[in-house]
Design a protein around this ligand. Structure first.
Ligand code: AMP
Length: 283
């Protein structure tokens, strides 16, 4: 496994692989890898001859009051984990390498970036789409894998790839969870053991919502009322949003007559956690 830190070196390798007729599979990450990341890498491994991952805590997707500085980082551990799932190259650029002096170009997806996390984290998706577009130009992948845990991010990236005619196949991977259902996240390290228990309410509310919908409830308001009562906001859990939207357009839904995205964001202690489920009504 090789570690590459410069754009020039990464592009030269990608060019050579392409000349050799190799298929490049790519998984972008911010590091502090967990089994969710590793599952994406194993999936990508099956879809390409060469597996590249990036580890880059992207400053442009964090707001000024957010956790960029204290975001967990452990490169030596990440490299061991990456090697264990057969990664060929880890791209680890510095912030200066990605955003040199006088940098001034950004990619913006409009409609689907607006609701949910877009409304709560101004500029977040502009940072995400900008860095992913740059990474695609640097790694030159044929296929890239993203997690459904960040559901809106996946929708936004698919839109960007389609709208800008990027020649990359985007694959989604289901959310990987701990045994008790908590969605794996690098940010889970922020949780104390008590907060960890409180955080489980997110998953419990998603499960309850699916149960209601399976039992024939179609009113989004009714489902959301139950979700809020399970989240039971108190001084340990603050709901950022709980919304039911169309899984493709992300427009708000009043009635659940087909697949419907239930998306949650909540602050538990210092951690802002997100989770989601695509609710499916009984047929
Ligand atoms: P991050 O390092 O948090 O930026 O995540 C890198 C990639 O891993 C993104 O495509 C995420 O959606 C994905 N990911 C993170 N956590 C999970 C999880 N628990 N299950 C599936 N994918 C995940």
């Amino acid at each position: 496994m090789n570690v590459v830190a410069t754009v020039k070196d990464m592009q030269a390798r990608a060019d050579q692989w392409r000349r050799d007729g190799k298929k490049i599979a790519f998984v972008p990450t911010m590091g502090y890898l967990h089994d969710g990341h590793l599952a994406l890498m194993k999936m990508a491994r099956r879809h390409g001859d060469i597996l590249v991952i990036s580890i880059f805590v992207n400053p442009t997707q964090f707001g000024p009051q957010e956790d960029f500085e204290r975001y967990p980082r452990d490169l030596p551990r990440d490299l061991k984990l990456a090697e264990s799932v057969g990664v060929d190259v880890v791209f680890t650029p510095s912030a200066e390498e990605m955003y040199p002096q006088n940098y001034q170009t950004y990619v913006e997806v409009t409609e689907v970036s607006r609701p949910l996390c877009g409304a709560r984290r101004p500029g977040h998706f502009r940072g995400v789409t900008t860095v992913v577009a740059k990474l695609f130009n640097i790694v030159k992948p044929h296929v890239a894998v993203f997690g459904e845990k960040d559901y809106q991010q996946l929708v936004v990236i698919r839109r960007m790839v389609q709208d800008l005619n990027m020649d990359v196949e985007v694959l989604g991977h289901p959310t990987v969870r701990e045994k008790d259902g908590l969605a794996m996240s690098s940010r889970n390290v922020y949780l104390s053991s008590d907060e960890r228990k409180v955080a489980l309410r997110l998953y419990q509310s998603l499960m309850k919502a699916q149960e209601l919908v399976s039992n024939g409830i179609t009113s989004a308001a009714e489902v959301l009322q139950e979700v809020r009562s399970i989240l039971a906001p108190d001084d340990r859990l603050v709901i950022d949003y709980a919304e039911i939207r169309d899984p493709e357009t992300l427009e708000e839904l009043d009635e659940i007559n087909g697949p419907a995205l239930l998306a949650l964001a909540a602050f538990v202690g210092k951690a802002r956690l997100i989770d989601n489920i695509v609710l499916t009504p009984r047929s």
